[in-house]
Design a protein around this ligand. Structure first.
Ligand SMILES: *Cc1c(COP(=O)(O)O)cnc(C)c1O
Length: 369
């Protein structure tokens, strides 16, 4: 019987071999002397920071960026025991949101490297962790984190003597738009601020998109996130490999007569008689409610539109065009037929939000470890 009641309702396959290939691809693009980090914040964009960090480490990645202290703990625990005894082989774990969420002594004990995003952060770190490693962030256009470029000067350079500055970094606002003049402007402002500091530091500037803007943007360390996970970091055809296969089970098939309504709000009415499938994925699984009206899935390779509103735990799809469908079959949500960026476009959002919304209910399988 095809409708195996014991089978999982939805499956999320994470192709770690593709993550590894994506990281190696990016590293190969880099200007001589530049290192390639891995951004694994938000549980590696929802895919599993433990597994992703290990896969990256095994390819040679030694720089890991997270947003929160707690995420750093998870990455450090995942990588424990993987290094050789050589100090150079130990991973560095950077905390983008700064030395917050735990006492400075905990950061130090764990050897976490905070990104210092303000003058207050710098004073705090100099006081509580004198001479200890940190990254200094200079804002060049986000107005979110980082020192104002006007603050870069001799006074700041003096303060930084109390800190082991591993990198001075900035962050691009429009890196995925190759023709956006903001990119060159941010690069120029970064260089200008560095000059005002009057001495040389190692530098970090590019996220995924920034790597594709060319070697001028690479400096000493690049920080790709989305590209590792198969999201297109460019405005050209996607050079990255897909990393996710997401499927959900058809739990019921129904013959719906013309005139019947479908789902909450009776917001959709069948014009003609239809065959519908109830698919076990909903907005609680990150199948966003905004996919109402515009989403589709693939059943036996056939594109099937979502009918009616996306529910918390299920959607209804039109399978009239798939005569061979049976209850128990899987519908593909992300995979060979449509990418994470395709689903994001249907939902009116970006691939990042699709991945980080996936949630805990899927049966996750890590492939290629
Ligand atoms: C999230 C983040 C990145 C990674 O960006 P992608 O666009 O996913 O490559 C790099 N740097 C900073 C500061 C970030 O916050």
């Amino acid at each position: 019987m095809s409708n195996d009641y014991a089978a999982p309702l939805s499956t999320l396959d994470v192709h770690l071999d593709a993550v590894a290939r994506n990281w190696l691809y990016l590293r190969k693009m880099l200007a001589a002397g530049a290192d390639c980090a891995g951004v694994v914040k938000a549980d590696a964009y929802g895919l599993g920071a433990v597994q992703v960090s290990r896969a990256l480490f095994d390819q040679g990645c030694r720089h890991f960026f997270v947003a929160h202290y707690g995420e750093a703990l998870a990455v450090a625990a995942a990588l424990e025991g993987r290094s050789t005894t050589a100090t150079a082989d130990l991973p560095s774990v950077y905390v983008l949101n700064g030395p917050r969420g735990a006492p400075a002594r905990d950061f130090l004990q764990q050897r976490f490297i905070p990104v210092l995003n303000s003058m207050d952060d710098i004073d705090y770190w100099a006081q509580h962790a004198p001479g200890q490693p940190a990254v200094v962030h200079i804002d060049t256009g986000m107005n979110r984190f980082g020192l104002d470029p006007a603050q870069a000067g001799e006074a700041l350079a003096q303060k930084l003597k109390a800190i082991d500055v591993r990198y001075v970094m900035s962050h691009l606002a429009c890196a995925d738009e190759s023709n956006n003049e903001m990119n060159a402007r941010q690069l120029a402002d970064f260089r200008c601020a560095l000059q005002a500091l009057g001495r040389t530091y190692r530098l970090s500037f590019a996220n995924s998109g920034g790597i594709f803007l060319g070697p001028d943007y690479h400096f000493d360390l690049v920080r790709p996130g989305c590209a590792l996970y198969g999201i297109n970091p460019t405005d050209r055809p996607n050079p990255m490999r897909g990393v996710v296969t997401l499927r959900a089970r058809i739990t019921q098939l129904r013959d719906v007569p013309a005139g019947a309504t479908l789902g909450y709000g009776a917001a959709c009415r069948a014009v003609n008689a239809l065959k519908c499938a109830t698919v076990s994925v909903g907005y609680a699984d990150g199948y966003l409610r905004s996919l109402t009206g515009g989403g589709h899935v693939f059943v036996h390779g056939v594109k099937c539109p979502v009918l009616g509103r996306v529910s918390m735990d299920s959607i209804i799809v039109d399978v009239t065009a798939v005569p061979q469908v049976s209850a128990g079959d899987m519908a593909e949500i992300i995979g060979e037929n449509q990418t994470v960026d395709d689903v994001a476009a249907q939902a009116g959002t970006i691939g990042y939000e699709i991945l980080t919304s996936l949630g805990p209910r899927y049966k996750r399988t890590y492939i290629g470890t």
